[in-house]
Design a protein around this ligand. Sequence first.
Ligand code: SF4
Length: 69
Amino acid sequence: MQVRIRHGACCGNAECVEIAPAVFALDSKNKVVVIDDEAASLELLIEAAEACPCGAIVVEDDDGNELVG
Ligand code: SF4
């Protein structure tokens, strides 16, 4: 399982940070960064990806298949 970010798509509204603050943070330009994609359950990562209004978070399984994105 892996979290990928479409950096150009992130509009910095921090929805993901609110849902999984151990995984996501915003940098100085208000773009999301992944701190630790193993710091939350798969369910929480999927919830964060689905809550992103910009479709900027991609969650993949170990084979690289997109679960959400
Ligand atoms: S929810 Fe989406 S748009 Fe908002 S900060 Fe996170 S990745 Fe960026």
